[in-house]
Design a protein around this ligand. Structure first.
Ligand SMILES: Nc1nc2c(c(=O)[nH]1)N[C@H]1C(S)=C(S)[C@@H](COP(=O)(O)OP(=O)(O)OC[C@H]3O[C@@H](n4cnc5c(=O)[nH]c(N)nc54)[C@H](O)[C@@H]3O)O[C@H]1N2
Ligand SMILES: Nc1nc2c(c(=O)[nH]1)N[C@H]1C(S)=C(S)[C@@H](COP(=O)(O)OP(=O)(O)OC[C@H]3O[C@@H](n4cnc5c(=O)[nH]c(N)nc54)[C@H](O)[C@@H]3O)O[C@H]1N2
Ligand SMILES: [Mo]
Length: 726
């Protein structure tokens, strides 16, 4: 794979300040290059406004309409919008000029840079090039292949909800704990909320193996203070936890709280525990039995640091804990999150203002999925209502999650693979296994905006169906259509694109899905009417999904409406007995054999998931390249390696070894025994079989690796080896 545009890689010290003037300049420069001045300005100014479209980037909630700034977007949201609004096009001439093999040799950065997919194309069995196909022929082809399947159950992917509102963070919480999350890069608008919290005196604790710049000093680009001043120091305490050490850390904190209760009976919220919870005694016995020395070893933190954090918790009347992928992509992720819930329950930090758990889910596209029953394990009550509304019996068998899909592809159990966006083969673990598995399917279909690797790693036959992006005006059925989105805090609101579509031949995702439905089943269920007027779909939703009564009226309110969330609003819990349950979680962490490291894979500042905008990671001091591995200086020295040496990353798992070659070692402040590299480059190292217990999420943040001095001479395997300069 040729890494085009990979200039000599340069490394400098990581930054401690985020989002000042340079960030705004970066965003504007980027938008101008991709879109030109008029399209650029129009795009950025309608983003996240009540009358505009929702940012295609992260799902951070919008402030109430009256408190939005003229430019309610972050540097990275601007990049995401510009990436969609680019003026470059991928059309029939492009595909005639480039074979699949030729395109596959290019990296993802180059592929997406070719521009917007402009018309539907088809890869016939045995063909070397994609060729144009009419929309109706494409729908007919998908319907025919789906109909030919031996059982309708051969298919699909799925991904729960926070109990916190934006005001809980900005106005109420006295302590905000940010765990396993890098908001400076991935949720930049969260920094504004953290700054507001800080200015009224809240404390912020960051739990992260890396000292992320976004959690240091924040210069709000939209305030005078931020423009001319030295910014606001956000984090009061940074706990440099060992990768995968969070379960041990929270268990230790709970133990510390319990020990303080023995000395001072006002430490825990006994009234709350008695009235609203069950299982306290068993959990308390478990914490008492834990040994401090084990907890220190597993968390990588000294008892004094953990006690200091416990003091922060005791000093605060209300605590919010937010987390993202740094917690979920581990084998013991479910246990870790339960232990955080225990931590909140001990002091009654659930079900009142300024308190609660706040999982920050990523993609702006995934929030509403579960609400709408898009889940591989859709509950029976939901399926019953669907049956009553539409008059058909929905399949009750569970579908596949991501990892299950790859295994089924590998085993030849999937005939038709349909992806509504995304870059499946690049985003998923075990790249080599996944790519090979894809060839086992008869037809792969991608509904997408830009060309990516998954479109070139096809089934025996393939379709690319190009769709409108969220920034674009949707005139399906001859009227202005509105879609709705749900953010990380369960607010539902309307989103309207404003830009002229990238090509006249694009269709909306709703149109594409309903057209396939009509081609497959005929029009009994009213597919066509739903496709031509999205309000029709919302009328069905009013009757099927609880919480969506009067959907159409409420969503037209500026700012939208809040879905009901039982624990926050009433302190009744959606469990069998209505109480919140303490849980007992065996404390463990991934065992790393002697000489090995625990690798986490993460995002740079210049990417959105598999979309690589550029090769810099400014905040971490990386420029011009992505094949870097961050390692503690002492770990490098122990291996006879120097900062800047080229190394191979070799992952070791029960089923064998996997290798990613030619990474530049960067000495970095991460705890001993830990390492970090960028996804998707590091995905070849993540074993398909290694997933979280209870959620089956790939363990992309705990990969056991060793470092080997790189044996590849410059230019081998086509990759230009990076040269180091300080
Ligand atoms: N610009 C931009 N914005 C995005 C995205 C993007 O790619 N680019 N992606 C979107 C999506 S889909 C998502 S899911 C989110 C992802 O948002 P994040 O979860 O913030 O993304 P990651 O880069 O994976 O960062 C994980 C963070 O967890 C830390 N971490 C890793 N392992 C551990 C651990 O064991 N314990 C603890 N305590 N911390 C750990 C890492 O050091 C890092 O700071 O961002 C969304 N927003
Ligand atoms: N090692 C490792 N692996 C990871 C992660 C990690 O932290 N480490 N993170 C995981 C996470 S949290 C996530 S969310 C996944 C992300 O995985 P994916 O969602 O599969 O990847 P994306 O890069 O977001 O998908 C980009 C593609 O979506 C298409 N697209 C963009 N906009 C639209 C649109 O409006 N409509 C349609 N139909 N298509 C569109 C474009 O064609 C673009 O090429 O990766 C996961 N994989
Ligand atoms: Mo995500």
């Amino acid at each position: 794979m040729v890494e085009r545009g990979e200039r000599a890689l340069r490394v400098s010290a990581p930054q401690t300040t985020s989002v000042g003037i340079p960030a705004v300049r970066h965003a504007m420069g980027y938008a101008l290059r991709e879109m030109g001045p008029v399209r650029g300005a129009r795009t950025l100014l309608s983003m996240n406004q009540a009358s505009g479209f929702d940012c295609p980037g992260c799902a951070w909630p919008d402030p109430v309409a009256t408190e939005r700034s003229v430019a309610e977007f972050c540097e990275n949201g601007a990049k995401a919008a510009a990436w969609e609004a680019t003026t470059a096009r991928v059309d029939r001439d492009f595909f005639a000029a480039h074979s699949i093999d030729e395109l596959r040799a290019m990296d993802d950065h180059t592929l997406e840079h070719f521009g917007r997919l402009a018309e539907p194309v088809h890869l016939a069995p045995g063909a070397t090039h994609y060729a144009p196909i009419a929309w109706d022929d494409a729908f007919a082809l998908v319907a025919e292949r789906l109909r030919a399947m031996p059982s309708p159950d051969r298919e699909t992917i799925g991904i729960g909800k926070g109990a916190v509102t934006l005001e809980d963070i900005t106005d109420h919480a006295e302590l905000i704990v940010v765990v396993g999350q890098n908001p400076g890069t991935n949720h930049p608008r969260m920094l504004t909320a953290l700054e507001a919290a800080k200015r009224r005196g809240a404390r912020i604790v960051a739990i992260n193996p890396l000292p992320e710049a976004g959690l240091g000093r924040f210069k709000n680009p939209q305030s005078l203070r931020g423009l001319v001043g030295s910014g606001t120091q956000l984090t009061d305490r940074h706990l440099a936890v060992r990768v995968n050490g969070d379960l041990a850390l929270f268990a230790a904190t709970n133990k510390a709280l319990l020990e303080r209760e023995d000395r001072d009976a006002a430490t825990l919220d006994r009234a709350f525990i008695e009235t609203h919870t069950s299982g306290f005694e068993a959990a308390a016995a478990h914490w008492r039995a834990l040994e401090w020395s084990d907890l220190e070893r597993l968390s990588g933190l000294a008892r004094a640091e953990i006690e200091a954090f416990a003091s922060d918790a005791v000093a605060a009347k209300s605590v919010v804990v937010t987390w993202a992928m740094g917690l979920t992509q581990h084998r013991n992720a479910v246990a870790t999150i339960r232990e955080i819930v225990n931590f909140l329950l001990l002091r009654g930090n659930i079900g009142r203002p300024g308190a609660g758990p706040s999982p920050i889910r990523g993609h702006s596209n995934v929030q509403g999925d579960r609400t709408m029953g898009i889940w591989e394990k859709a509950p029976d009550a939901f399926l019953d209502r669907l049956r009553d509304e539409f008059g058909f019996e929905p399949p009750r068998e569970h579908g596949y999650d991501t990892v299950g899909t790859i295994r089924a592809l590998r085993d030849g159990l999937i005939d038709v693979f349909v992806a509504l966006g995304g870059n499946f083969v690049a985003a998923t673990p075990d790249t080599a296994v996944t790519e090979a598995a894809m060839a086992n399917t008869a037809l792969s279909v991608h509904v997408a905006t830009k060309l990516n690797r998954s479109h070139l790693t096809t089934g025996r036959e393939a379709l690319i169906l190009p769709c409108l992006g969220r920034s674009e005006r949707d005139r399906t059925g001859g009227r202005d259509q509105v879609v709705t989105v749900e953010d990380s805090m369960a607010m539902v609101h309307a989103s309207r694109g404003r830009l002229e579509p990238g090509s006249p031949d694009l269709r909306s995702e709703v149109d594409i899905v309903t057209s396939i439905g009509a081609a497959l089943f005929g029009d009994d269920l009213g597919w066509t009417a739903m496709g031509q007027d999205y309000a029709e779909i919302r009328r069905h939703i009013e009757r099927v999904v609880p919480g969506f009564e009067s959907y159409e009226e409420r969503v037209s309110e500026p700012g939208g409406f809040q879905l009901p969330r039982p624990p926050r609003d009433s302190r009744t819990f959606p469990t069998s007995d209505g109480t919140a349950h303490f849980s007992v979680n065996e404390v463990d962490a991934v065992e790393v054999p002697e000489g090995h490291l625990l690798l986490q894979t993460l995002r740079s500042h210049d990417q959105f998931n598999t979309t690589v905008y550029g090769l810099d990671d400014r905040y971490r001091g990386i420029r011009g390249g992505r094949r870097v591995v961050f390692v503690n200086r002492a770990d490098l020295a122990a291996r006879g390696l120097a900062d800047g040496d080229l190394v191979d990353l070799v992952s070791v798992y029960t089923d064998g070894e996997r290798r990613a070659s030619a990474f530049r070692a960067v000495a970095y402040p991460t705890p001993p025994g830990c390492a970090a590299a960028y996804f998707p480059e590091a995905n070849v190292l993540v074993p398909l079989e290694s997933t979280a217990i209870g959620s089956n999420t790939p363990t992309s943040k705990s990969v056991v690796i060793r470092l080997e001095r790189c044996a590849v001479a410059a230019g081998d395997d086509g990759r230009r080896v990076l040269s180091a300069s300080a």
